[in-house]
Design a protein around this ligand. Structure first.
Ligand SMILES: *Cc1c(COP(=O)(O)O)cnc(C)c1O
Length: 220
């Protein structure tokens, strides 16, 4: 299968309300362009330098999503162009994004990353930490960020019940959070699901899937 065929096949299975972020990390621009030519405009990268290089080389109607863990000192390199930052997991990081967005006269959309996996290694907030961010006075001042949803990663396992449980947890956290009136927040996106589990994630309420290897092939 070609990249173009892979992407068309995946898109054909996605409900209308689910957005595909094509995860292109480690892949060359020529591969991304094959996806671009099918109409794909959202690409996800996890390293800032690689994302900036590709942004420079590629058409400017692409929306670049940062899906990796973000270090505060790297925010300035993506602030001019990033469309959505998936992995925001602290107030400190939100403040830095807000500051760099302001310097660029932009409002940057962010997802808060929730810790839903049983594994300890994954990043993300627990529900108390989420509430603390929502209730903070600092958030009210941040006019250059908008929190547009939540992101989560399930445990790396073959156990579908386990994965499903974790996805349902994110969905229930989202539903509760979306009801609240929080400054600079308008929660519409649930980013969950990757190549191995995106159909299950959609069943559980995902509205944005991050698919890499099923489109571009395996990575080294
Ligand atoms: C690499 C990555 C993906 C895509 O993984 P695949 O299994 O290749 O689809 C999705 N989300 C995040 C956060 C990633 O780092």
């Amino acid at each position: 299968m070609s990249i173009a065929n892979n992407i068309k096949a995946i898109k054909a299975t996605l409900p209308e309300n689910v957005t595909l972020a094509a995860v292109s990390k480690t892949k060359p621009v020529s591969d991304l362009m094959q996806a671009y030519e099918t109409g794909q405009r959202i690409f996800g990268e996890n390293k800032i330098q690689e994302m900036a290089d590709k942004w420079e080389q590629m058409p400017k109607d692409i929306q670049w999503h940062m899906i990796g863990h973000v270090q505060t000192n790297k925010v300035k390199y993506m602030a001019p162009f990033v469309a959505l930052i998936h992995g925001v997991d602290s107030l400190k990081l939100l403040q830095e994004i807000n500051k760099q967005a302001a310097k660029n006269n932009r409002v940057i959309d962010c997802l808060l990353q929730m810790h839903i996996a049983e594994e300890e290694t994954k990043f993300g907030l627990d529900q108390e930490e989420l509430a603390a961010i929502f209730n903070s006075v600092e958030l009210q001042e941040m006019k250059n960020i908008k929190i547009v949803g939540l992101m989560g990663m399930a445990t790396f396992t073959d156990n579908k019940d386990q994965i499903k449980k974790e996805f349902m947890l994110l969905k229930s956290i989202f539903d509760k959070a979306a009801e609240q009136k929080v400054p600079n927040c308008d929660l519409t996106i649930i980013s969950m699901g990757m190549s191995g589990d995106y159909p299950l994630a959609i069943e559980c309420g995902s509205t944005m899937v991050r698919v890499g290897s099923s489109i571009f092939g395996g990575r080294n």
